[in-house]
Design a protein around this ligand. Structure first.
Ligand code: NAD
Ligand code: UDP
Length: 322
C-alpha cells in the first residue's frame, strides 16, 4: 500500500538512500533536513519525481505534517560532526524526538528511531545483545550523542506506553557506503580518501580496537523491514557481525585501492570503544534478516564512488548552526 512517509535527516548518507528506495517503491516521500552534515546534491536526483518533496527544517522546532510513517534519521552521526556543537546534538536527539513523536501521536503514524550501538558505550559485554544496558561515560566527549540517543529511546518507549504511539527502535552499528560525507572523519571515509590521494592513513591508537561494518544496502533493507513489522517495537541491533580491527580495515582499504600510503598512528580519542560487534540473533528471528554484503565488496563499491566525486563540492560542518 502507498504510504505518506516522512524521512527526517533524509538528505544525509543513510537518509538519502532510504528516500531513494521509498520513492522507487512508489511512496509519497517527504525529506526533511537542515543540511547540517549533508548537501542537497544527495537528493537532487529525486527532486523532479512527483512523489518526492524536500523541506529545509530543523527538527528541534515543531512542524505540522500529515503522514503515515516517520523514519527519524536526523542527527549528526560522525564523532567529529556530533562533537562540533554538542549541545545542539543533544537538542536534536531529545527535542527532535519529542517533536517527531508529537507528529506521530497527532497523525497516528508509526515512527522509527535511528538509534545506535553507541547506547552501549564502551561495552563490557561482547558481542552486544539488546538486553545489555551499556557503559556510557555521561560526562565524556561522546556523551552528547550517546546520552542523547539513550534519552530518545526512553522518550520513544514512554510515548508508546503512555500514548500508544506505534514505535520502532533500531540500534545501528557502523554503516558505510557511497554518499558518506568524505570529510566526516569516520574511519571508512578517512581511510578511503587518504588511500586514494596517497596521504598517510591515520590509525588512532594502536588500531587494535574493533568495529563491525555494515554496507548501506543491507541497512536500508532491514530498516524498511522493521518499519513494516507488526507488533515488535524493538530495540533491535542491526549491523554486520563480521568484526575487524581498525588496522585490518586500513590494510583492506590499501590493498583494494592499490595505495602506497603509509600507516601512521595518532592519539586515541577519549572514550573510544575498544570492541564492538552486534549480536543480530533478534533481527534474524524477528525480521528474517542478516546482512549479505561482505566488507571487501562493500568497500569496493564505496571506493568506486569516492573516485567519482569532486572533493571541493563538500564542506566540513558549517559554523552558525545553533
Ligand atoms: P548523516 O550525518 O549523513 O545524516 C544525518 C542527517 O541529519 C544529515 O542530513 C543532517 O543534515 C541532518 N540533521 C542533523 N541535525 C538535524 C536537525 N536538527 N534537523 C534536521 N536535520 C538534521 O549521518 P548518517 O550516517 O546518515 O546517520 C543517519 C542516522 O543514523 C543518524 O540518526 C545516526 O545517529 C544514525 N546512525 C548511523 C550510523 C552509521 O554508521 N552511519 C550508526 C548508528 C546510528
Ligand atoms: N579511527 C581511526 N582513524 C581515523 C578515524 C577513526 O583509527 O582516521 C578509529 C576511531 O578511533 C575508532 C574507529 O576508527 O576507533 C571507528 O571510528 P568512527 O569515527 O568511524 O566511528 P565510531 O565507531 O568510533 O563512532
Amino acid at each position: 500500500m502507498i504510504q505518506r512517509i516522512l524521512v527526517t535527516g533524509g538528505a544525509g548518507f543513510l537518509g538519502s538512500h532510504l528516500c531513494e528506495r521509498l520513492v522507487n517503491d512508489g511512496h509519497d516521500v517527504i525529506c526533511l533536513d537542515n543540511f547540517f552534515t549533508s548537501q542537497k546534491s544527495n537528493v537532487a536526483h529525486l527532486l523532479g519525481r512527483p512523489n518526492f518533496e524536500l523541506i529545509r527544517h530543523d527538527i528541534t522546532l515543531p512542524i505540522f505534517l500529515e503522514v503515515d510513517q516517520i523514519y527519524n534519521m536526523a542527527c549528526p552521526a560522525a564523532p567529529g560532526h556530533y562533537q562540533y556543537n554538542p549541545i545542539k546534538t543533544m537538542k536534536t536527539s531529545v527535542l527532535g524526538a519529542i517533536n517527531m513523536l508529537g507528529v506521530a501521536k497527532r497523525c497516528g503514524a508509526r515512527i522509527l528511531q535511528a538509534s545506535t550501538s553507541e547506547v552501549y558505550g564502551d561495552p563490557e559485554v561482547h558481542p552486544q545483545t539488546e538486553s545489555y544496558r551499556g557503559s556510557v561515560n555521561p560526562i565524556g566527549i561522546r556523551a552528547c550523542y550517546d546520552e542523547g540517543k539513550r534519552a530518545a529511546e526512553t522518550l520513544f518507549m514512554d510515548y508508546h506506553r503512555s500514548n500508544n504511539v506505534d514505535v520502532r527502535i533500531v540500534r545501528i552499528f557502523n554503516t558505510y557506503g557511497p554518499r558518506m560525507h568524505p570529510y566526516d572523519g569516520r574511519v571508512v571515509s578517512n581511510f578511503i580518501r587518504q588511500a586514494l590521494s596517497g596521504e598517510d592513513i591515520t590509525i588512532f591508537g594502536e588500531g587494535s580496537q574493533t568495529r563491525s561494518f555494515c554496507y548501506r544496502d543491507d541497512l536500508v533493507d532491514v530498516i524498511i523491514a522493521m518499519m513494516n513489522k507488526d507488533n515488535f517495537t524493538g530495540p533491535v541491533n542491526i549491523g554486520n557481525p563480521d568484526e575487524f580491527t581498525i588496522r585490518e580495515l586500513a590494510e583492506n582499504v590499501m590493498s583494494l585501492v592499490g595505495s602506497k600510503s603509509k600507516l601512521v598512528t595518532r592519539p586515541l580519542p577519549s572514550d573510544d570503544p575498544t570492541r564492538r560487534r552486534p549480536d543480530i540473533g533478534l533481527a534474524k528471528e524477528q525480521l528474517g534478516w542478516e546482512p549479505k554484503v561482505p566488507l571487501a565488496e562493500g568497500l569496493k563499491h564505496t571506493i568506486d564512488w569516492f573516485k567519482t566525486i569532486d572533493l571541493s563540492d563538500y564542506r566540513p560542518p558549517t559554523p552558525n548552526f545553533s
